[in-house]
Ligand binder design. Structure first.
Ligand SMILES: [Zn+2]
Length: 243
């Protein structure tokens, strides 16, 4: 007699399990159909994982044109988060971010040159860390939007892969950073339209359109670098930290 209830119990459990599975499948069925439709519509070259910057309204066009700017965007985000965490945990301001080298940059090969992306990442990391630590606004998206101005309409057939634009952006960032750190720089946000660009010296006349693309990048990079250097000046940071 003792074995009969056990068999009954197993039998009932199996029955219940079956009912439960059927019920779950019925509820999930519309979701499965929706997911299948979404997958069918997704473009084949869709970027996997967490990458969403290339779809960010208003700013993505700059990131598409410049690998450096895209790396900057990733670094800024990481730096801002670390700076924010440090201040909230009562940790001292990190003078150097060299201890953070094991950070994941989020680089994917379709973004462009790895080394240029990393340069942008380091620049953004520094700027973002400072902003996060000092409780400033997360400004990377707005800054990129301001730099995007009229870029969508710009067309440079001589620079189809935007490599001149990106080279200009990097050179402009470095020059702007140098200028922003000097004593005669102004806190007022710069308008990239008024940055002069004399660095591109085309070797041949046919390179002139490539030069125009380079300068479009240069002006925008200059404004970003100038703003960062100003924000990172020791005096500015100290003043805000003591508020
Ligand atoms: Zn990204």
């Amino acid at each position: 007699m003792a074995h009969i209830p056990r068999v009954t119990l197993v039998h009932l459990t199996r029955q219940k399990w079956g009912v439960l599975v059927a019920s779950i499948l019925r509820q999930l069925f519309p979701l499965v159909i929706l997911a299948a439709c979404a997958a069918a519509q997704a473009p084949a070259d869709q970027i996997p994982g967490q990458e969403s910057h290339l779809k960010e309204a208003g700013s993505s066009v700059v990131l598409e044109h410049s690998t450096f700017a895209h790396g900057y965007r990733h670094g800024y985000e990481a730096g801002y988060h670390i700076g924010n965490t440090d201040i909230n945990m009562g940790r001292p301001l990190r003078e150097k971010l060299s201890g953070l080298h094991d950070l994941k940059t989020g680089y994917l090969s379709q973004f462009g040159s790895h080394s240029v992306f990393d340069k942008g990442f380091q620049a953004g990391l520094k700027a973002g860390y400072s902003d996060g630590y000092l409780g400033r606004n997360f400004r990377a998206v707005d800054t990129m939007r301001a730099l995007a101005g009229s870029l969508q309409q710009s067309s440079f057939p001589a620079d189809p892969r935007h490599s001149h634009f990106d080279a200009g952006f990097l050179a402009g960032y470095n020059d702007g950073y140098e200028r922003g750190g000097s004593d005669d720089s102004s806190a007022a946000p710069m308008d990239f339209h008024f940055v002069s660009c004399a660095r591109f010296n085309p070797a041949r006349q046919t390179d002139e359109t490539a030069g125009a693309s380079y300068c479009e990048g240069y002006r925008r990079g200059f404004v970003l670098g100038h703003g960062d250097a100003f924000a990172l000046r020791p005096g500015t940071a100290r003043m805000e930290a003591s508020k």
